[in-house]
Write a protein that binds this ligand. Structure first.
Ligand code: GTP
Length: 253
């Protein structure tokens, strides 16, 4: 049974900062956001977690294996490197959507995203080491079948982007509403989905749904593990099997 540990990372009082004392240059904000994401990804990734950039001012991480003191260190080291601070909410559960919802409530209850006095709050709790298991995390790695031949080598780069984004939007909504799962676009034509315990038929239905709705063909590899890295790595191997064998759904367990 999955037990996903989800962390909401929210930049403190970022909106006002972007316009104080006057609006800051957009390219500088883009640079800050992408560097902050890169540093958080490295910190979390070195501890076998995943973080997704989402809206950049709010990022969502799968942090199975990170302790509360790891979270505190993340706040300290980013606070030392950047002109902004981070608040973190951590929650766990069999449903990734519910865990994220609980993590979000913890941060919201500590104060508004634009509250000057809410800085570096750290709320919630993690899974004890003794209770961690090899099937705590289930990750599905989707990609578009032959995106290169269908889109990248055929259409202009913006029209390719529209097709890929439509596939993402449809999959994200379906997995959220029907399967309590969190889907994240991770570049190229790839979407990583953090799932509860789902079976082959549910992935088949999701792929059929996206194809019927927006005519984008997907394939998916699914893995389980004690951490996001372990589950995600198994999913990548399963996706390689799809590519080699022409199958649409491969489960690696
Ligand atoms: N984040 C991430 N991006 C990837 C990964 N694999 C491929 N990509 C991205 O996806 C793009 C397309 O690569 P593929 O998915 O291998 O190509 P494809 O044409 O869709 O071919 P098939 O997947 O074999 O159907 C690449 O340019 C990368 O940007 C991955 O594991 N993670």
């Amino acid at each position: 049974m999955t037990n996903t540990q989800v962390t909401l990372v929210q930049i403190d009082n970022y909106g006002p900062w972007t316009v104080t004392p006057e609006p800051r240059r957009e390219a500088d904000l883009q640079t800050l956001q992408s560097r902050l994401y890169a540093d958080i990804s490295q910190f979390v990734g070195n501890r076998d977690g995943y973080v997704f950039f989402t809206r950049f001012d709010n990022m969502i991480a799968v942090t199975n294996g990170l302790s509360m003191s790891d979270h505190r260190l993340l706040q300290e080291t980013m606070g030392n490197r950047y002109p902004v601070t981070l608040s973190l909410g951590v929650a766990t559960g069999t449903s990734p959507v519910q865990a994220l919802s609980d993590a979000t409530s913890l941060v919201q209850d500590a104060g508004s995203a634009q509250d000057k006095s809410r800085r570096e709050c750290l709320e919630g709790r993690v899974i004890d080491d003794a209770h961690r298991t090899d099937d705590d995390v289930q990750i599905a790695h989707f990609d578009v079948v032959d995106a290169t031949g269908q889109y990248t080598d055929e259409l202009n780069a913006f029209d390719s982007f529209i097709h890929i984004e439509q596939g993402y939007a449809e999959l994200m909504r379906h997995m959220r509403s029907d399967h309590e799962s969190l889907s994240f676009f991770v570049g190229g034509d790839n979407i990583i989905v953090v799932c509860p315990d789902l079976e082959r038929s549910e992935y088949e239905t999701a792929i059929q749904h996206v194809e019927a709705a927006v005519d984008v063909e997907l394939q998916v590899g699914v893995g389980r593990g004690i951490s996001a890295h372990d589950a995600g790595f198994a999913a990548k191997h399963a996706l390689e099997t799809c590519r080699a064998d022409g199958t649409r759904v491969e489960l690696e367990w």
